[in-house]
Design a protein around this ligand. Structure first.
Ligand code: NAD
Ligand code: TDX
Length: 332
């Protein structure tokens, strides 16, 4: 493999992947990241300089992308506008980055004949009923609900078309909800942990019955490396760790591990179009590529994550007040 170009490597999952690659392989990593409100270069600047190059730039700008792609062996594409709530208030950046940005990258990968791995989400499949015995598989039809998930679905379809029409050497992975260190405080788990630290009651959208299928970011990273190493070109792999939990149970777990009463949270206005349940069947990844998750104990993972936010207040504090002010305007 050698030289990996990681887009969005200053964001949550991208930075966890960069940490994982540096700890577990000999590859050199170049990160291309625009440093939007969601990017934080401090998530990666403490890593060894000889293993990592950081470039600030936009994935939708061919003059930035072309030379970096030409100089790399493999591209792993994490960069995205990633937050559903933001996409409901201002969808435009989601089209620019998730659609045009992905198009710009696959054009460069095609031109230079480079291996491309596209990071996507289970949200492209829409949602499931709470009592549906089925889970998402690679054959589930696309049915995205939000501006965010529809742009991710669009980007997946671009990659598939580039494989079929132009022979792009690409794979795709669709992962479930990640948790772990370096996640922006706008997202559910870090928002509630940092709220409790600040003496604010956690906020549950609607009744809190919505189910997410949680996976630790490190397990996402090991799965992506397995796909890059052994995945079949043109294939899609679903990544999940059998971590279904409803939001109410997650909030109660956080409260109990932070010394609060289990019911010390508020119900707030629901997200419009809020997906009810996601659930991943990762049989293909497990059987074909012999992958399995390491973090099977969600409670222990949440405890570690709470500790990380307690120990790293300097990392998240600058974003907290602005994020909560935005939620307050939305009644959330
Ligand atoms: P994030 O919002 O934390 O990070 C996104 C990063 O991309 C940021 O560093 C940001 O600065 C960068 N970026 C945004 N626009 C850019 C542009 N135009 N050019 C260059 N860089 C740009 O997101 P995340 O939660 O780490 O998600 C990363 C990827 O994983 C996304 O593609 C997302 O769809 C996917 N994903 C996320 C989850 C999850 O639970 N968070 C689950 C499945 C898949
Ligand atoms: O304060 C909150 N209260 C609440 O009840 C917030 C921020 C969220 N929620 C709910 C909404 C969801 O049911 O918690 C659940 C998780 O919310 P998010 O963290 O916003 O994640 P979600 O919308 O599920 O999407 C995430 O997983 C799939 C990522 O943000 C996406 O990038 C990824 O594709």
């Amino acid at each position: 493999m050698g030289k990996i170009l990681v887009t969005g490597g200053a964001g949550f999952i991208g930075s966890n992947f960069v940490h994982y690659v540096i700890a577990n392989t000999d590859h050199h990593v170049t990160v291309l990241d625009k440093l939007t409100y969601a990017g934080n270069v401090e998530s990666i600047t403490h890593l060894p300089g000889e293993r990592l190059t950081f470039v600030q730039g936009d994935i939708a700008d061919p003059s930035v992308v072309e030379p970096l792609v030409a100089a790399s062996d493999v591209l792993v594409h994490y960069a995205a506008e990633s937050h559903n709530d933001n996409s409901l208030h201002d969808p435009r950046p989601f089209l620019d980055t998730n659609i045009i940005g992905t198009y710009t990258l696959i054009e460069a990968a095609r031109k230079h004949g480079k291996r491309f791995h596209h990071i996507s989400t289970d949200e492209v499949y829409g949602d499931l009923e709470l009592d549906d015995p089925e889970r998402f598989t690679e054959n589930t039809p696309y049915n995205p609900s939000s501006p965010y998930s529809s742009t991710k679905a669009g980007s997946d379809l671009l990659v598939r078309a580039w494989v079929r029409s132009f022979g792009l050497q690409a794979t795709i992975s669709n992962c479930s909800n990640n948790y772990g260190p370096y996640q922006h405080v706008e997202k559910f788990i870090p928002r509630q942990i940092t709220n409790v630290i600040d003496g604010i009651r956690p906020k549950l959208y609607g009744k809190g019955e919505n189910v997410r299928d949680w996976i630790h970011a490190n397990d996402h990273s090991s799965a992506v490396l397995a796909i890059i190493d052994k995945g079949r070109i043109g294939e899609t792999y679903l990544i999940g760790a059998d971590g279904e939990k409803n939001n109410k149970d997650v909030v109660e777990l956080i409260l109990s591990h932070m010394g609060q009463d289990n019911d010390a949270y508020d119900h707030v206005v629901d997200r419009p179009g809020h997906d009810l349940r996601y659930a991943i069947d990762s049989t293909k990844l497990r059987t074909e590529l012999d992958w399995k998750p390491e973090f099977s104990n969600f409670e222990a993972g949440i405890e570690d994550t709470i500790k990380w936010y307690r120990d790293n207040e300097a990392w998240w504090r600058p974003q907290k007040a602005e994020t909560e002010a935005k939620y307050k305007e939305q009644g959330q």
